[in-house]
Design a protein around this ligand. Structure first.
Ligand code: ADP
Length: 313
């Protein structure tokens, strides 16, 4: 797994890649209030409709997606099931890597404390590190600002055989840039079409694109930011800027809504992942990744002729 960061400053970035566990994150607010009835075996969870239900669509509205959704799942069963879903994703990744004809780009977008880092830690740790490249996009550097907004993004797209993950992305250029007025409206308004064309280029060239919006509620974000302030282990994650962004919540929601509506496409779909419960978020993300890789249907390349039966001495 390679991990990169692009932007004006470098942030210490740790990779917790030592195996998959469903319990990597203990969320104090997922105790009694969030406990679902127990009893279903992991394999009995109905995951069938989750991909379709999470799909945003061009008439997307946040009102249609509940951040606290559980899809009727049982918490313990879901935590076990995420491991088996990740194992399937890992098998598919193995084929993608061997085939080297297609790539998958996963775009992760969310408000602060929605769990982008948690998804990276929990869902992607099960994959072969040689085939995953994670890029975090921060405030653009001077050099990046001196180029078009897609310049820094395009050079980080995955090579054939690879899964590329964008921790934030080109969408910031129609989100934070719009909300904070970092560019004139006439500049960012044209970017929806540029983004759609860019993603179409990637898809036409063999890179599947899937975009995930981790949908955290305003109240859950407040709780998690407060936890960051209150916990000595978490305080390093807290930035004053998070509070400024929080005040602009309605503007961000409007910006996300327009961005998702205007760039959702069957070839580059947006999924809205319920993110108030980490165990739901992880299972939905794993399931969507599995679905996208199954669509690619990667296959081992044929061996050189005459290899079968060769005796290695
Ligand atoms: P994260 O919040 O993703 O964990 P950071 O705390 O380093 O990571 O924040 C990255 C910051 O970079 C975010 O505030 C984000 O809005 C900002 N950013 C990313 N892309 C751009 C952009 N194109 N223009 C301005 N700001 C951006």
């Amino acid at each position: 797994m390679s991990v990169g960061r692009t932007g004006a400053y470098d942030k210490h970035y740790r990779w917790y890649g030592s195996g998959v566990t469903s319990d990597t994150e203990i969320d104090p607010d997922e105790t009694t209030a969030d406990t679902e009835p127990t009893g279903s075996a992991p394999e009995d969870l109905d995951l069938g409709g989750v991909v379709a239900r999470s799909r945003a669509g061009s008439s997307f509205s946040l009102d249609d997606h509940d951040p606290r959704d559980t899809f009727g799942w049982d918490k313990e069963a879901a935590k076990a099931r995420v491991l088996s879903e990740i194992a399937v994703v890992a098998e598919l990744q193995k084929l993608l890597f061997a085939e080297r004809k297609q790539a998958l780009l996963v775009v992760l977008q969310a408000m602060d404390a929605a769990g982008k880092d948690g998804v990276l830690r929990t869902v992607l740790t099960g994959l072969n590190p040689a085939g995953v490249h994670v890029t975090s996009f921060g405030v653009p550097s001077e050099e990046e600002l001196a180029h078009d907004f897609l310049w820094r993004v395009h050079r980080q797209t995955p090579a054939k055989g690879q899964i590329g993950v964008f921790n934030r992305s080109h969408y910031e250029d129609v989100l934070v840039v719009r909300v904070k007025g970092l560019a004139p409206a006439k500049v960012w308004k044209k970017r929806y079409d540029h983004i759609a064309a860019f993603e179409r280029t990637l898809v036409d060239d063999g890179t599947a694109v899937v975009k995930l919006y981790l949908n955290v509620s305003n109240e859950k974000q407040r709780e998690r930011l407060q936890d960051r302030v209150d916990s000595p282990d978490e305080r390093w994650k807290f930035r004053r800027g998070d509070l400024e962004d929080r005040k602009l919540w309605p503007d961000y929601m409007a910006a996300y809504t327009e961005a998702i509506r205007r760039t959702d496409a069957d070839h580059a779909p947006w999924y809205v992942v319920p993110a108030d419960r980490k165990w739901v978020r992880n299972l939905v993300v794993a399931r969507i990744l599995r679905h996208e890789l199954e669509q690619l249907d990667p296959k081992f390349p044929p061996p050189e002729p005459g290899i079968a039966g060769t005796i290695v001495e």
